[in-house]
Design a protein around this ligand. Sequence first.
Ligand code: HEC
Ligand code: HEC
Length: 305
Amino acid sequence: MNFLKKLFRLTAALFAVLLVVILLGIGGIYFVSQRKMDQTYAIHPVLIKIPTDKKAILRGHHLVHAILGCMACHGKNLAGKVLINNPAVGRIVPKNLTRGKGGIGDQFTTEDWVMAIRNGVSPDRKSLILMPSLNFSYLSKKDLGDVIAYLKSIPPVNHSLPSNKLGPIFRLVIAKGGSDLLSASVINQNQKPLPSGKIGTSDYGYYLVHIAGCMHCHGPNLAGGTVPGGAPPGTPPAANLTPAGIGTWNEKDFMTLMRTGKRPDGSAVSSFMPWKVFRHMKDKELQSIWLYLKTLPPAESNGKK
Ligand code: HEC
Ligand code: HEC
């Protein structure tokens, strides 16, 4: 009896200690992640003038819909949507970009637009979450101006959305550091806009590959492998785009894949490869990317492909 009592007390004490350790751990994760989220960045946004002519707006439309793919997260009419809603991960809400109620369109200054798109920060200079500004930090000044010109021209949509709410998993990832969840933290904030080069050249392909974010999934050397964080379970590894991977392909095979999602043998690629955006690229744009891919040094992928 005495022994059982002792055992009971000991177990209760152990549980109490364990509980305290767990609570301290959770508290620590919340504290560290919150500190990182509250960090402000010293940003000097690049100065640009926003054009208002029809040609610029059309070019902005093309960039947004065929290359940058803002709709994937901000919704078809760019009026925002709840992208992720899961108690473990959190609620992530890309904003309503229009001038309608609940939108940022009528509040943002040119500097605010520039900082969100290419520096990954809000007007208060804190990092945005999950916004792929790293890709957009390479936009040429002209293209950035055209994108903003287009965004200012889109029809207002009244759509109010809830705010972000981070769950324990995203908190843990942020507290650990080194992930691209905090958009501003992975950007070289001194990155100059890239010159776009001349369409139809491999230089232009280099530019497009950067702003379209091919490297985000296919890796910094485009040799493919496991797609980094955020990919749903079951996503296949990204393909090797260097000559060691698609070296036997010709330009037509590449164009067909980018337009239809079908490989030369007729098999379909996973819908995680955003060909439904890229299929709207002009022939000359796709040809430029193909020319650039052919200049890459052949490299082995870090994954299965
Ligand atoms: C992978 C998903 C994704 C894509 C693609 C994306 N965004 Fe976002 N964007 C987000 C998320 C998520 C937020 C909200 C971030 C936050 O509240 O911290 C956001 C926020 C913004 C904001 C608001 C910034 C602020 O201070 O509230 C702007 C402006 C914006 N995005 C513009 C764009 C434009 C323009 C494009 C295309 C060139 C684009 N986004 C593409 C996910 C995305
Ligand atoms: C959001 C992630 C993502 C982005 C961004 C992306 N890809 Fe992919 N891509 C993939 C994945 C994943 C696969 C493999 C799909 C499969 O095996 O079904 C793939 C496959 C491909 C293939 C097929 C190759 C083969 O051997 O099957 C080509 C070509 C390709 N991507 C080119 C590009 C280019 C060019 C860009 C940029 C303009 C790009 N991708 C951007 C994820 C991405």
